[in-house]
Design a protein around this ligand. Structure first.
Ligand SMILES: Nc1ncnc2c1ncn2[C@@H]1O[C@H](COP(=O)(O)OP(=O)(O)O)[C@@H](O)[C@H]1O
Ligand SMILES: [Mg+2]
Length: 238
């Protein structure tokens, strides 16, 4: 359903060209859950933004259901049934929670429907639907609202960048339960949490902008435990 071919991404920073992603080739299948993991700065957010079209690769192609979407905008990808939840949610200033959910799901939701979406993420609709999206909401509340927004869209492909970040007060079990019940979509979750790694059909381990390994939990875990910096170990190719 999703194919990344020879994806490269670099930035020009402090007068040097920095390669952030190097030759990424990955295939994601329909109705499977993938977790992208790896050290801070390994390129996880960059990769997930390239899939959503928030960033454009320097070279390489993104295929979705056989169609080359490399040059499609974020909106066009959203219309093609791809949804995205940011590591740091944006606040869509001026909208209320109910308006955000209506825009996201492209319909006028009833109170009961809003209640369904919000209660999945542990929020009471009565308290939240008329709240404006602004900095009075905590990081954790915004994260949950964004998650509700993605779920309300019922997309074929969902991308979640570190959904656990900032929700420490909320039952972590509930979050993993949500992901384990998402069976009618392909889900790509960026995460460091073992509990989330456990629900993945496959795990992608990124290291220094490259795919170190794609495989099942038992193949990836030993690598995570030994994952010291390649540069420090003096590995080749660094
Ligand atoms: N615009 C940018 N300018 C300079 N460096 C960047 C830029 N965007 C990302 N990076 C660097 O690219 C690397 C990968 O970033 P990111 O994809 O956010 O990593 P992760 O999500 O795995 O922590 C990091 O070292 C980050 O500092
Ligand atoms: Mg990140």
């Amino acid at each position: 359903m999703l194919e990344l071919k020879n994806i490269n991404y670099s930035v020009f920073d402090e007068n040097i060209n920095k390669d952030i992603l190097k030759n990424i080739n990955l295939t994601f299948k329909e109705n499977k859950t993938y977790v992208i993991t790896g050290p801070n700065g390994s390129g996880k957010s960059t990769l997930s933004k390239i899939i959503m079209g928030i960033l454009s690769p320097a070279s390489g192609q993104v295929f979705f259901n056989g169609k080359d979407i490399t040059n499609l905008s974020i909106d066009e990808r959203a219309n093609n049934s791809i949804s995205y939840a940011f590591q740091k949610p944006i606040t869509f200033k001026g909208l209320k929670v109910r308006e955000l959910l209506d825009v996201a799901s492209n319909k006028k939701n009833t109170f009961d429907q809003l209640c369904d979406y919000l209660s999945i993420v542990g929020l009471c609709a009565k308290e939240y639907i008329n709240r404006p999206l602004n900095d009075k909401l905590s990081g954790g509340e915004l994260k949950r609202i964004e998650l509700a927004m993605v779920l309300s869209r019922n997309s074929k492909l969902n991308i979640f960048d570190e959904p656990e970040a900032g929700i420490d007060l909320w039952s972590f079990e509930q979050l993993t339960k949500i992901f384990s019940t998402l069976k009618n979509s392909c889900n790509i979750i960026v995460s460091h949490q073992k509990k989330i790694l456990e629900i993945a059909d496959e795990i992608i381990l990124l290291n220094n902008g490259q795919v170190q390994k794609m495989g099942k939990l038992e193949e990836i875990l030993p690598l995570l435990e030994n994952n010291t910096c390649h540069k420090l170990r003096g590995d080749k190719n660094e």
